[in-house]
Structure formats: C-alpha cells, structure tokens
Design a protein. Structure first.
Length: 256
C-alpha cells in the first residue's frame, strides 16, 4: 500500500502546475485519510505554501469571527455598556443607538478646542445642531473637521463642551471616545461629566493627551483626508444613550 501511495504521489508531482511537493503530499494524505480514518495529518509548519493553503481551507477562528460580528451583536442588545464599547477593535459602520435612546434630552450647544501650551483657540462653534423644515431642532450625529497640518504636532488640547439637559436628572454621565485611522485604534479617552440637575446648562472642559505621531504617520494622515475618525459614546448610569461620529482631515482636501 505504501508503494502504491508513493507511485501515485510522484505521478501527481510531475503534473503539479505549481511544483509544490507539500501540496501534492497533503492532497494524497487527505485522500488516504478518507479511506482510512486512523491515518493522522502532520502538524502544519510555520509559514510556507502548505501552511497558507491549510489556513485557506480552515474555518475562521472563533475569536476572529466574533470580532467581525461584534458590532452587529451589540446593535441587537437592549442595553450597551462601556465594557461592550471597549471590545470594539475598529470604528463603527453604523450607530449603536437611536436618537430616541436619549431619554434625558441631552443636547450639545457649544464646542471649542484650545492648545493647552499656547492657549490659542483652535476651533469654536455654537449651536451645532440644525433645524428641520418645520423649525424643530434636529441633533447632528456626524461632523467633519478640517484642521491645518500643524494640528498633528500638538501635544495636549482642551475640549470645552456646553450642553443642556431635559427635565430628568442625569446621573453618572460619561463619554468614551475612540479615535481610529484606517481602523487602527490610535487612542481611547474616558471622561466623566458627573451629575447634571434637570433643566440645566452645563460647561465642562476635558483634556486630551494626543498620541505621538511619526513623520510618516502624519504624512499618511494628511494624504488620506477624513480617514481619521472617532466614535463618541455617551452613557447615563452605564447605559448607552448617544452615539456621535466625527471625521478629520489635515491639510488640503478636494473640498477645500
């Protein structure tokens, strides 16, 4: 039987278009395993053509499968917690909550950025939310920022937000903000707003320690506008109530 297998092996090797000895051997071995289940497959080596083919025919690993579907799974949950958000390994494609989940009437009415070293105001906007055709206020969930290239060299910035809340008290109000470049997490921030009394207008400044970037990374970000993005998740008592997005460009863009 061994001689028969070897003869078939060398015969197929002569016909193998990729001249891959390991591929032919594994093909013969699989055929032999089907005929005799007691035959065991050899362990895969590290690297090489045969290992690549083995990976191609194997089902995806369980952890990779969970990673690819985690956003879809979260979107089906009744309640999303900060721990759920920290499990995300890339920026979201959609929104993980609806506008109706904001049961507390939280509305951001002002936003500004300043360089902590020089004190220079980098960006400022009031009343960022728009109105619909009937004059009703409609919160904006996605914004686009266009900053000069020098912004990437900043070390620390202060972000001041002004917001109002509705007629319910807001307890344990916090934000988790995650920044990505081409689905690589650059940095994650966790800020607490604390307790907000009903029908109040509040102002809070959060300090961002920006990631240190190499010259190559900065050029890459400047060359790919709006591929830097952030997800901002807002929680009340550890339950997701708001989800906003932002996209960033540095330097010249097609719309500038």
């Amino acid at each position: 039987q061994l001689a028969k297998i070897l003869r078939g092996f060398f015969f197929d090797l002569l016909k193998c278009k990729c001249s891959c000895v390991q591929c032919v051997w594994r093909s013969k071995l699989r055929q032999r395993m089907n005929e005799n289940p007691t035959v065991k497959a050899p362990k895969s080596d590290k690297g090489g053509h045969a290992s690549y083919l083995d990976r191609q025919h194997q089902p995806p690993k369980k952890d990779k499968l969970l990673t690819s579907t985690i956003e879809e799974e979260l979107s089906r949950k009744d309640s999303i917690t900060p721990e759920d958000i920290l499990a995300l390994e890339k920026g979201t494609e959609g929104y993980l909550c609806s506008l109706e989940d904001n049961l507390y009437g939280i509305e951001f009415t002002g936003f500004s950025l300043r360089d902590m070293e020089s004190g220079m105001v980098l960006f400022e906007v009031k009343q960022p939310s728009g109105t619909d055709a009937h004059g009703n206020r409609e919160p904006s969930r996605c914004v686009r920022y266009h900053f000069p290239p020098e912004f990437l060299q900043l070390k620390t910035i202060g972000a001041t937000v002004e917001f109002r809340v509705g007629d319910k008290p807001v307890e344990k109000f916090k934000m988790i903000e995650r920044h990505f470049f081409r689905n690589r997490c650059m940095k994650s921030f966790d800020f607490n707003f604390g307790f907000c009394v009903p029908n109040s207008v509040n102002t809070c400044e959060h300090i961002y320690e920006l990631p240190r970037l190499s010259d190559e990374e900065m050029r890459d970000m400047m060359d790919h506008p709006y591929e830097v993005m952030s997800d901002s998740f807002y929680f009340v008592q550890d339950k997701l109530v708001m989800h906003n997005k932002a996209f960033y460009a540095y330097g010249k863009t097609s719309d500038s």
